[in-house]
Design a protein around this ligand. Structure first.
Ligand code: SF4
Length: 484
C-alpha cells in the first residue's frame, strides 16, 4: 500500500548486538517493505547532486519499486562496484537532499541499495559481462582499497591488464581495516571484491611497494600507475603518557581487531576524537568486553566531523543505544601511568571562543581539572599518508599545503602517468568519494594511454550525468532544516 511515511528499518537489540561482531545493527528490508519504500520516490534525481558517484538514483529506486532488483544492480554498477558495501556504510549524503525529506522522510536510498545487492550472490549472473580483448596496456594499482579496486574493475572491463599491489594479507583497504565487521561483514567484502577479481584483475598480496617492489620498477614495467594508498599513518596527540602500551591509535586498533585479534581493552575505554572512526572504535571496544566507553571530543557535538548530516546523527544514535557516552568540549592533558600502564586520564573542560569567521576555537579552562579512571585510551585523532614508498620519485610529487598531492581534473599527479585519489586527497574521506576518485582516474588513465578510441562506453564510469556533483549540497540541505 502506498504511504507517504518512510518505511522504518528494523534494528537489532542493542544489548544483543554489543555482545558480538556477527550481528549487524540494521536489518534488511523484506520485499514488501523495499517495494513500498521505493514506490514513494518521484524519480526527480535531485539527490544525484549530492552523490559523489552520481548514481542514477531515481532510476534504480524505480526499478526496485517495480520489483526488479537485478536492474537496480545493473544501474548502480555503472559507476559503483560495491552496492552491498555502500548499501551498508555509505554516508548517504543523497538522502540529505531528497525532496521528500520534509514529506514523510527522505527515501531510504542506502537501505534500498543493500536490499537489491543482498539478493544476488554473484553479480555475474545478472551483469553477464563480456570479456574484452587485451588492448596492450598494463596498469599498476598501489593499494587495494575502494579507490584502487574501482580503478582496477573499470579498467579491466576495458581490456587493460591491471595488477593490484596490496601490502596487507587481504584486499579492501579501509573497508577491511577501518570499518568493523559488525557494520560490514566479511562475507559482503568477499562477495564484492571476489566479483571484481573474477573479471581478471591480478593481485599481489603481502607486497608493499617501496619494500618488496621498488616504485621505480613499477614505473618501468607499467604504462600508468594509480596510487590508492589511503591515509594509514597515525597522527598521535603526543599527550604525556601516550607511550604506554594501553594507548593506541584508532587505525592500529581497528586494523588489528579486523584481522581477528582479541585486544584486551579492560572495563573502561576513553576514545579521543569525535568522528566516525571514534564511533567505530568505541563500539568495537564494547564488543571486546568494555563496560564503560567514553568518546571525548574537544569541540561541541555540532562541530564534530561529518556533521551536519543525517548519517552523523544516525551513527551517534546507534552508539548511544549501545551506551557509549559522549563527553564534549574537553582537552585531555595527561594519561596517568602506574607501572608503565595508563590507569587514569586528566582533562580540562573547554570553552568555545568565537573566531568571527569559521568554527569556534576550543580553549581549555585550566584553573580546574578532572580525572577519570581508564584501562585503555584510543586516539581517533586523524591520520596522514606516507609517500616514502615512492623512493626517488617522492621529490617529483608536488603536495599542497595540507600535504596532499596536487592533481589535475583526472586525478593525475605532478608525475606524468601517476594518478591518485581516495582518502589521501579527497576532503570527504569517505568510501563513496574514494569511488568517485577511482571513476575519474579511470577516464584520466584511458586518456593518458591514448586509447579512448577503443573504449566501450557502456562500461565507462561516467559521472555527473544528471546533476553536477556538489561537495557542499548535502551539508547545506541538512543545516538549512535548522537541525543543528
Ligand atoms: S530526491 Fe528523493 S524523490 Fe527525488 S529521485 Fe532522489 S530519492 Fe527519489
Amino acid at each position: 500500500m502506498l504511504s507517504f511515511e518512510r518505511v522504518r528499518i528494523r534494528k537489532a537489540d542493542p544489548v544483543k548486538r554489543v555482545g558480538t561482531f556477527e550481528l549487524e545493527p540494521l536489518e534488511n528490508y523484506n520485499d514488501g517493505e523495499a517495494i513500498a519504500e521505493a514506490s514513494r520516490c518521484i524519480g526527480c534525481n535531485m539527490c544525484s547532486a549530492a552523490c559523489p558517484a552520481s548514481l542514477d538514483i531515481g532510476g534504480y529506486v524505480r526499478s526496485t519499486a517495480a520489483g526488479d532488483p537485478a536492474q537496480t544492480i545493473r544501474i548502480i554498477m555503472e559507476t559503483l562496484p560495491f552496492p552491498a558495501i555502500i548499501g551498508r556504510v555509505c554516508t548517504h549524503m543523497c538522502e540529505d537532499v531528497c525532496v521528500l525529506y520534509d514529506g514523510g522522510g527522505p527515501i531510504a536510498i542506502r537501505h534500498l541499495k543493500r536490499y537489491a545487492a543482498d539478493k544476488f550472490d554473484d553479480y555475474g549472473e545478472i551483469l553477464k559481462p563480456q570479456k574484452r580483448k587485451f588492448i596492450g596496456k598494463r596498469v599498476a594499482v598501489v593499494g587495494g582499497g575502494p579507490a584502487g579496486l574501482t580503478v582496477a574493475y573499470y579498467l579491466t572491463l576495458q581490456g587493460v591488464k591491471v595488477t593490484v599491489f596490496e601490502e596487507r594479507p587481504a584486499l579492501g583497504g579501509f573497508m577491511k581495516t577501518g570499518i568493523p565487521r559488525y557494520r560490514l561483514p566479511q562475507n559482503v567484502l568477499d562477495k564484492e571484491i571476489g566479483y571484481i577479481l573474477s573479471r581478471g584483475v591480478q593481485v599481489k598480496l603481502n607486497t608493499a611497494v617501496g619494500r618488496d617492489v621498488k616504485f621505480e620498477d613499477l614505473m618501468k614495467e607499467y604504462d600508468a600507475i594509480f596510487l590508492g594508498v589511503g591515509n594509514h599513518k597515525p597522527r598521535m596527540t603526543g599527550t604525556p603518557g601516550s607511550d604506554a602500551p594501553n594507548v593506541m591509535h584508532a587505525t592500529e586498533f581497528l586494523e588489528r581487531v579486523s584481522f581477528g585479534e582479541k585486544i584486551n581493552v579492560g572495563e573502561t575505554v576513553a576514545v579521543i576524537g569525535g568522528g566516525f572512526t571514534a564511533n567505530d572504535s568505541a563500539r568495537t571496544s564494547l564488543r571486546l568486553g568494555a563496560k564503560h566507553v567514553y568518546i571525548m571530543y574537544r569541540r561541541r557535538d555540532v562541530d564534530r566531523p561529518g556533521y551536519p548530516s543525517m548519517n552523523a546523527d544516525e551513527e551517534m544514535e546507534e552508539a548511544e543505544e549501545e551506551n557509549v557516552e559522549y563527553v564534549w568540549e574537553v582537552t585531555p592533558f595527561e594519561y596517568v601511568k602506574e607501572n608503565g600502564r595508563v590507569v587514569a586520564m586528566k582533562y580540562w573542560k573547554n570553552e568555545m571562543v568565537s573566531q568571527g569567521k569559521g568554527r569556534a576555537k576550543p580553549v581549555p579552562i585550566k584553573d580546574k581539572f578532572y580525572t577519570i579512571k581508564v584501562d585503555m585510551v584510543i586516539e581517533a585523532t586523524g591520520q596522514e599518508t606516507d609517500y616514502s614508498f615512492l623512493g626517488s620519485y617522492v621529490e617529483k610529487l608536488r603536495l599542497n599545503d595540507r600535504g596532499e598531492p596536487i592533481v589535475d581534473q583526472y586525478g593525475m599527479t605532478s608525475i606524468p602517468g601517476v594518478f591518485t585519489g581516495g582518502d589521501s586527497t579527497n576532503p570527504n574521506r569517505d568510501l563513496i568519494s574514494a569511488v568517485r576518485d577511482g571513476d575519474i582516474a579511470v577516464q584520466g588513465i584511458l586518456r593518458y594511454l591514448n586509447v579512448m578510441d577503443q573504449v566501450s562506453y557502456d562500461d565507462l564510469p561516467l559521472l555527473d550525468r544528471f546533476k553536477p556533483y556538489s561537495y557542499t549540497a548535502a551539508a547545506e540541505a541538512y543545516a538549512s532544516r535548522g537541525l543543528e
